[in-house]
Structures are given as C-alpha cells and as structure tokens.
Design a binder for this molecule. Structure first.
Ligand code: G3P
Ligand code: MG
Length: 263
C-alpha cells in the first residue's frame, strides 16, 4: 500500500438513514442510536418543507414515517412540528419530532460525526432543493473538520449544489445499472465519485471506478461478509442498516489508497 493520502477521508461504514431500522429513520433519535453503536458517519435524506426549511425525510409524503399524512412540500415547519415521526416505528420513540438539517448539524458536529446529506427533492423541486440544501450545509459546516458529502439521484439538484456551494464534495447516486457515460456525467457535475446500488455492483465495476480515481460508496449492505468483499475490491465505503450487529471498527482499520487528490 502506498503512502498517498486517501481520496476518501470519511469512515468506511455509514449508518443508513441514521440508524434507520433500530430507530425511526431520518430523525435525531436514529442518529443518536447510530452514534451509540460507534458509527461516526451518517447518511440521511433531506428535502424542503413548504416554507423552504431543510428537513430530514425520505418520501415525498409523510404517511409512512409519521402519524399523519400529506406532502411535506405542502406543510410548513410549524405544521410538521406538531406531527409524531416516531410512534410509527415503536412505542419508545413516540413523540419523536421532525428533524431539521440545522438540528442535525448541531448534533453531529458536537459529537464528531460526519455526514452524507442525500438531497432528496420533492418531485419538481430539484433545483431549489439542491440550491437551498447546499447553501445551508455550507453555512452550518463552515467550521467543520470535514465537509458533509452531498449526494443525489437528481443531476439537476447536484448541478444547483455545484453552482451554490462548489467547494462541498458531491457524489452521484445511481439507482440501477451503471450507465456507460458515468464518467462524463460525474465530471460534468464536478463530483468526487459515485454512490452505487449494491445489487448492481460487481468487482469489474468497482475496479473501473477505482482505476479512474473516483470515490465509491455502496448502499445498502446488511451482510458483513458482503461489506468485507466490497472493501476488499476497493470500495471506499458501505452504507448499512445493521448498526446493532455490524461494528464499524472492523471496517475502519485500513483505508483504500488512490491516485486522486485529497479533498
Ligand atoms: O444514499 C444512499 C441511499 O440512501 C439511497 O437510497 O432510497 O435509501 O435514499 P434511499
Ligand atoms: Mg438515502
């Protein structure tokens, strides 16, 4: 292994949606839970409320992860603050409030936790969400040891983030097969790399990305042997839900080296 600095300065194991299975996904409770299991990097999904506040939420509609219903993009933060985002998961989390990006920044920064902010725009709000989330992230993380990694399936959102906060690192999320023109797309968006779906990730694909000196993180892997296999192939990081049974310490011991410049 060479002495070149790694292009991936973050931990190798990332808690998906916070600890999104052990606790209600994308809430402060989920992130606290991930932290309690030793996870020092969290992925969470961010979109905008009706009054343009960056909030943590996966779906456009709040019905799956709350005791209410409706589109988050049609509800103000004040309205969302009256809704329970924890009881749907289990009784101990009843009353868990919606998380804002600001509140999560405060908690993660105070606890030495790194962030992958997945920009998950409500359909039709890609550009405004990419711009606002990156603007706020730049402000909130201005004194941080490492910036948050921004990622999105939406190239429009990533383009807006690039324009608004060009110095924040970005990764392109790919839902299914890696397209032939991936390198052109990643370069156009000024991304440091790709976040790929585990189901479509082969050793040849990993090799291709690593050889081109881009970062690679793979989601969502809940099997320790598969995580080890991906790491052995050269993946920089893996997202997991299995925070209670897979220790990040086992996968952080070595870092993958590459030819690209560090962040
Ligand atoms: O960012 C990785 C992963 O979270 C993407 O899929 O649907 O869980 O947000 P999803
Ligand atoms: Mg996500």
């Amino acid at each position: 292994m060479s002495n070149r600095p790694s292009i991936w300065p973050y931990p190798a194991l990332i808690a998906h949606r916070g600890a999104g299975k052990q606790a209600p996904e994308n809430t402060l409770a989920a992130i606290r839970t991930g932290n309690s299991y030793g996870y020092k990097m969290m992925e969470y999904d961010v979109k905008l409320s009706h009054d343009q506040v960056a909030i943590l939420l996966h779906d456009d509609d709040i019905s799956r992860t709350s005791n209410s219903q409706g589109l988050a993009a049609e509800l103000t933060l004040k309205e969302l603050a009256n809704i329970d985002f924890g009881a749907w998961h289990s009784d101990p989390f009843a009353g868990e409030p919606i998380a804002t990006l600001s509140s999560i920044a405060a908690y993660t920064l105070a606890n030495g936790i790194h962030s992958n902010i997945e920009i998950k725009p409500h359909t039709g709000l890609e550009a405004v969400t990419g711009a606002e989330v990156s603007r706020l992230a730049q402000k909130l993380w201005s004194g941080a040891s490492l910036p948050p990694l921004l990622s999105s399936f939406s190239e429009v959102a990533l383009e807006a983030a690039q324009k608004t906060a060009p110095n924040l690192p970005r990764a392109l999320l790919i839902a299914k097969e890696l397209p032939d023109n991936w390198q052109e797309r990643v370069q156009r968006l000024g991304c440091i790399g790709l976040n790929l779906n585990n189901r479509y990730t082969t050793q040849a694909i990993v090799q291709q990305i690593i050889d081109a000196s881009f970062t690679l993180a793979v989601w969502t892997v809940n099997d320790a042997a598969r995580i080890q296999e991906l790491r052995n192939w050269g993946c920089h990081a893996v997202f997991t839900d299995e925070v209670h049974s897979i220790s990040p310490a086992a996968f952080n011991e070595y870092s993958i080296q590459s030819h690209a410049s560090p962040l």
